[in-house]
Design a protein. Structure first.
Length: 165
């Protein structure tokens, strides 16, 4: 469902929890995946226009939803750069959670020309799962609206029209 050729936005997650039942990268749990899919649907963000990726792109058994260590975050930089080379049209990263944002900021500090050539922009977003999304329904709605603004802006930067399917 995701396309290497059509991808414009990278969704970077901070989790190192167990893989989804299908064995793929996901937002962290069923509730988080539902939130993200709902947001994408409302914006008209087609799956082929975005790609999910984990800050630490390896699953660490027995450490479900644990905070990533600085070493794990740093270890994710080379694979992230390699992924961006495979995704030539990505111009935005939506970094969900503290560790994802830390990795995205590390990426921006490298001297890799793909960053300035593409005008890569990073959007800091709240993690979609666990304690990060614990709050009243009103607060959760506010967080989703803020996240939607980030994705809508990333879509506009990439020339993708919100609401178009």
């Amino acid at each position: 469902m995701h396309s290497v050729d059509e991808c414009r936005i990278l969704s970077l997650f901070s989790n190192n929890s167990a893989p989804s039942p299908q064995g793929v990268v996901w937002a962290g749990d069923d509730a988080a995946a539902t939130r993200l899919l709902g947001l994408q649907f409302q914006l008209g963000l087609r799956p082929e226009w975005m790609m999910p990726w984990n800050t630490h792109p390896w699953f660490t058994p027995g450490e479900a939803n644990a905070k990533l260590t600085p070493e794990q975050v740093s270890a994710g930089l080379k694979p992230l750069i390699a992924l961006l080379r495979v995704l030539p049209r990505v111009s935005a990263i939506v970094a969900h959670g503290t560790e994802a944002n830390r990795l995205a900021q590390m990426l921006l500090k490298t001297d890799n020309p793909l960053i300035w050539r593409r005008g890569l922009k990073v959007y800091k977003a709240r993690s979609l799962h666990g304690r990060s999304f614990a709050g009243s329904k009103e607060r959760q709605t506010e967080w989703l609206i803020d996240m939607g603004r980030s994705y809508a802006d990333a879509m506009a930067r990439a020339g993708l029209q919100a609401g178009r399917r």
